[in-house]
Design a protein around this ligand. Sequence first.
Ligand code: HSE
Length: 374
Amino acid sequence: MKIALLGYGTVGRGVDEIISARVPQVEVARILELPDRLSDPRMTSNFDEILADGEVELVVECMGGIEPARTYIMAALAAGKHVVTSNKAVVAAHFAQFASAAQASGVGLYIEAAVGGGIPWIAGIEKARRVDEVTSFSGIMNGTTNYIVDAMRKQGAEFDDVLAEAQRLGYAERDPSADIDGIDVANKTIISASVAFDVACEKNLPVTGIRTLTKADLDLFAAHGRTVKLLGRGVREGGRYAVAVEPVAVPVESLEANVPGNFNLVTLDATTVGELKFYGQGAGSLPTGNAIVQDVLDCATGARRPAYDFSRGLDYDPTLLRADYVFRTTAELDGEEPYGKGAYLVRDLTAEGARAILSEALLADPTSFMAALS
Ligand code: HSE
């Protein structure tokens, strides 16, 4: 099968390297690259050339961002080309549109690499769903923030110092907002919920990151036998579902608490199989490249053709996600109980309610931090 790569950054290079070394039945025939970076005879900066190339049966989009990725994906699907993408932002924003375009053209839409890098998470959900109802999922879906929290905990270091070190090592972007404010996890949560629950997932979910986490917070939770992890979560009950992204104070003996460095750990719960955990590298050139190549092979061999149907119409009900929450803030809170130095426990809040309280607290004290107790 001849394929084209849209983008030749970290992920695109990983795909090219794996295919040329290990997958002789697939040929990277064309590569879309910026005009000033055309260093290979396969490269062009004109997407229409790739679109018009009848020999290219599949397009791998690994450019990132919303545009022009959305336009190129829609054009490729309309032209009858299969699409594989690692771009979580564009899939989270336009999943239903892509799924119906793929269905209308009779081609495949493959998104494994968009969540959890090299971990076969999307295919795992799909396989569970063939037999079971997926009732919930949760997980560490962002390697950068896991690296930061793990290093803060192990080195007793402050957030800003670890973030600067992560940026120096290339784990964190120069603008780290998408990672540390939970936006990246929100995109991955929307995609996971869409696949797990067969729903065009609500995009206006409660999202809280770890920007205000301090060493003192980690010490406080450690005194309670807990540590903090940034989790994406989804739950489904009958005809309703809810999703959220927030810091969660997990027991120190849990698997989540012990996920090191920039690794990911995602968990689903389903009717007969019960709990399944998926652990591995959620980012990086070769792990993410591997997930893309697996999708390409699933398509080329016909081994797997995902069919996303979001017409079942589950209702979004944020009251399904409830927990006790700890707030560290100097702002006034209602109904709080002391939890430790400067921190308070507020019982039985919805994720949405807790986010509203934190938003209010941040106005009075911009350093406020919140975590759910799992
Ligand atoms: N910034 C993301 C992470 C990259 O740290 O997990 C992979 O999606």
